[in-house]
Design a protein around this ligand. Structure first.
Ligand code: MIG
Length: 854
């Protein structure tokens, strides 16, 4: 069968006035496209950064299936035959049945069936489980709505960034990017929206996962069993349907405010498969530079060059590892973007000096451009006709934010992104390694909605066609519609603004240093934001509640495709205490993005700010993070390849275990480490849930049976951490910062009682070479067969020459020096009785290394 050039819908049907298109991207990925008649706009996901990503995904585990619709595996004989009046076998493995009032699409992964009169539909997975049942599909009025049934025992996760419990069932959540100060649910119990909007839900029932994604960057409101316990209502627009429009302008604005969209359905049935597909669709995280995995220090605001230099000196003097210092808005000249003010003299020299000490500098960049006729960025922006228009589309919109009166770049326009990229590149060439995008919801001070008014206009000046089609049609090569950006009210694209700015920032970083991996940090974003930037969770506070709340927040962000995420360590608002800082740092050392940041009127919270005891606690936690870098690097590489989160909820590996599914005060770092943070002051004990299996106490080596809660006595020095039995955890030497040179010796800690397999990945850690195949990968497998154990490092693949000279095998929970063979030859091993470890070295070689001990 000929490969289709554009992705034609698999089927379409009419519901009243509307046409609904049903498209199978793969057996387990379906899309319902709701053509709301008055709307021609199809903003959906942008293609920003897409080309790079599709290449780097070449090695992804399953792109083939998304690409080749004609290659579905054959259906089992007899499946789905004979019930319809018309049966079309579209491709092998994909069948359509149509009767007068029912359309059924059957694939190898499940079955979608819709009543053509009412619009009610169901989706069954491959095991026959009904994963979604939509009782009502109401698209006609000004606020399209979809009602799904929630089953007993069904939990809902994902939804990007939101406060409150891990399981979102029972809550109302809104998607509308907003700047919310102090967003803990204990402060704002009814808070529904935050800076990032990702309208993606992962449903889990009976251990089986399915997903849905309503790709619509206008406002949406989800009532997830709050009003009716067994109904999940997804509504375009606000919670209440808009009042009847009295004028055509009002009517147009109402329609704009509900946007347009597509509903994607993912069949799973494992959480990993759902997230793999969702991230295949929306894009995965490119690899960040390795230094960005290190500890980062920030404060609003280090007010002068002297202060920044003092902080840098303190880290080195106190031997606290640190890789990056963040420069908040104080660095600017009267809040003019891309400038350094008088208190930061000779920035190039300052930044060079930091680099010599092993620090990278990351500067904040807000979208608002000061409306100062003498300001170069403004002048060039005006010449580019770069700014969002006021209602009516004639003049630029002017609103207040840090610089005072400001104009807002229309990042949705490709030409504007290019211009911004040039401005940023010139700024970055002073010696900045990273850019931190803040206020990009966008946040405004004085407008009623604290953002751009709904009827501001984007796209007025789009003189070049902007590729603006649904992402899903482009990465697969199946379609690549180039849709010119036409004047578009802000309300319909609001949630894209942050992603668009982050995309421009990434372009800017690549312009400044074409072969360096960008580091962009963003506060706002939409689905797919991980293609452009890491996300931090904004203005939390220095409270124990907020420490606890950051766990479900980061877990749901991680499930929503944003693997590189973190919360301000120590809390942003209010005054931190020494104990809170220590416990927070001990936890965050195991989270993907690890940055301490505080507000301008908070007390200092650098690791040394609370005296020597807290300093030692922080130093040890940060030092451990650096030793875990080889493990972390493998997890980042996995997230890049497959979309799997770095920080994982227990349900990721234990979807059938109800206690694991419900767990929101612990998390997994990769598959091997289970982290149980201390979330209360003066806690002497902590109850820890260990899923089925065997678990070692990371610190003492004590072995526990899983499938139970255990009570662990706590100590100030560290938080409870457990290692899954049958794990291999690669670690490196302690270091003060991440230099270009990789460790010549890598320890492989082997914890017995189980088996594991993962991919070891190495690359230069800083260039885009990995996208061109300049990386080395090999599988590492461990099998524990009673007294006989085997560790196999598969043959190395890829064009990068591994820098590992020696694998130091550290067998944990050992009772003696074992007899060891490497590829059949005996190797001497040592034994440390006090630590219970057996140690031996294996010289690295590119071919297979088969290591056995007895
Ligand atoms: O209105 O740049 O979330 O991290 O320190 C506050 C100052 C603006 C909000 C960010 C915070 C940052 C602060 N910014």
């Amino acid at each position: 069968m000929k490969q289709p050039q554009t992705l034609e819908p698999t089927a379409s049907f009419r519901l009243g006035e509307l046409t609904v298109e049903l498209t199978a991207f793969a057996p387990d990925v379906l899309r319902l496209r709701l053509h709301n008649a008055p709307l021609s706009l199809t903003p959906a996901l942008s293609r920003w950064g897409r080309e790079k990503l599709s290449q780097s995904q070449a090695d992804s585990t399953r792109p083939e299936q998304l690409k080749a619709r004609s290659d579905f595996p054959p259906l089992p004989a007899g499946e789905g035959r004979g019930e319809g009046e018309r049966v079309a076998q579209i491709t092998r493995g994909l069948q359509l049945h149509r009767t007068a009032h029912r359309l059924t699409l059957t694939t190898t992964a499940g079955k979608f069936s819709v009543n053509l009169r009412s619009g009610a539909w169901t989706l069954h997975d491959c095991g026959g489980l009904e994963v979604f049942r939509c009782s009502q599909l109401d698209l006609a009025d000004a606020s399209p709505q979809l009602t799904l049934q929630l089953d007993d025992g069904e939990s809902i996760f994902g939804l990007g960034e939101s406060t409150g419990p891990f399981n979102k069932r029972g809550l109302i959540r809104e998607f509308w990017n907003a700047d919310v100060l102090g967003h803990a649910s204990c402060i704002h119990p009814s808070l529904r929206n935050l800076y990032v909007s990702i309208p993606f839900a992962l449903s889990l029932r009976e251990g089986r996962a399915a997903g849905l994604f309503w790709d619509n960057p206008a406002r949406q409101t989800w009532d997830i069993g709050c009003t009716e316990p067994d109904e999940f209502r997804l509504r375009a627009g606000g919670l209440q349907p808009p009042s009847v429009a009295t004028s055509s302008t009002e009517r147009r604005l109402q329609t704009a405010a509900t946007g347009d969209g597509s509903l994607y359905l993912f069949l799973g049935p494992t959480p990993a498969e759902v997230v793999a597909r969702f991230t295949e669709l929306t894009g995965r995280m490119p690899l960040p530079p390795r230094w960005a995995l290190g500890y980062q220090q920030s404060r609003y605001g280090y007010a002068s060059r002297a202060e920044v230099e003092r902080i840098a000196r303190e880290f080195r003097r106190r031997k606290i590892p640190c890789d990056a210092l963040h420069l908040d808005i104080h660095h600017m000249d009267a809040h003019r973007v891309f400038t350094f003010g008088k208190s930061f003299p000779r920035p190039r020299e300052m930044l060079a000096k930091l680099v010599r000490r092993g620090f990278k500098a990351v500067a904040i960049v807000d979208p608002g451009v000061k409306d100062d006729p003498k300001f170069g960025v403004l002048k060039r922006g005006l010449a580019q006709r770069a700014f969002v228009k006021a209602p009516g589309g004639k003049r630029d919109f002017i609103g207040k934010v840090w610089p005072g009166k400001s104009r807002f770049p229309d990042f949705l326009n490709a030409r504007v992104r290019q211009w911004w990229a040039q401005e940023q590149a010139a700024f970055q060439r002073l010696g900045l390694a990273g850019i931190w995008n803040d206020m990009n919801e966008p946040a405004l001070f004085d407008t009623p909605g604290k953002t751009l008014p709904d009827d501001c206009v984007h796209g007025c000046e789009a003189d070049t066609p902007v590729r603006f089609g649904p992402l899903a049609e482009s990465p697969t090569g199946l379609g690549d519609k180039s849709v010119p950006l036409t004047p578009t009210p802000h309300a319909s694209v609001h949630n894209l603004y942050g992603s668009a700015m982050a995309a421009a920032s990434r372009e800017g970083a690549l312009l400044a240093a074409p072969d360096q991996r960008p580091f962009i940090l963003t506060r706002a974003g939409y689905a797919g934001i991980q293609r452009h930037a890491a996300v931090w969770t904004g203005d939390n506070s220095s409270t124990w509640e907020h420490l606890a709340e950051s766990i479900p927040m980061l877990l749901n962000l991680s499930l929503s495709g944003v693997a590189f995420c973190g919360a301000d360590v120590g809390g942003f608002l209010d005054h931190c205490t020494g104990e809170l800082l220590a416990r927070w740092t001990q936890m965050a050392a195991f989270t993907p993005f690890f940055r301490n940041h505080a507000n301008n009127d908070s007390r200092s919270q650098e690791p040394w700010a609370f005296g020597p005891a807290v300093e030692a606690q922080c130093r040890d936690a940060i030092a451990l993070r650096y030793q875990l870098l080889p493990y972390l690097s493998c997890l980042f590489a996995e997230a890049h390849r497959t979309g799997a989160p770095i920080m994982r909820p227990l349900l990721w590996h234990h979807p059938n275990d109800p206690a694991a599914v419900a767990c929101e005060d612990q998390f997994l770092l990769g598959e091997s480490l289970l982290v149980a943070p201390i979330l209360r002051p003066e806690a002497r004990v902590r109850s820890v849930y260990l899923p089925v299996g065997q678990w070692f106490d990371f610190w003492s080596g004590e072995l526990y049976d899983g499938g139970q809660h255990v009570l662990i006595e706590t100590v100030p020095e560290h938080i409870p951490v457990f290692v899954r039995g049958g794990s291999v955890v690669p670690t490196g030497a302690p270091r003060q910062f991440i230099s270009g040179e990789a460790d010549p010796v890598v320890n492989l800690h082997v914890w017995p009682h189980g088996r594991c397999a993962f991919t070891w990945q190495e690359d230069d850690g800083e260039s885009l070479g990995y996208e061109r195949g300049e990386l080395a990968t090999r599988t590492i497998e461990f099998v524990d067969r009673g007294p006989r154990r085997e560790l196999v490092l598969g043959a190395t693949q890829g064009a990068w020459v591994s820098r590992v000279q020696t694998w130091r095998i550290v067998v944990r929970s050992a009772r003696r020096a074992y007899r060891v063979w490497v590829n059949g030859s005996r190797v001497e091993a040592g034994f440390e009785p006090s630590l219970g470890v057996c140690l031996f070295d294996v010289a690295n070689a590119p071919g297979e290394l088969r290591i056995k001990w007895l």
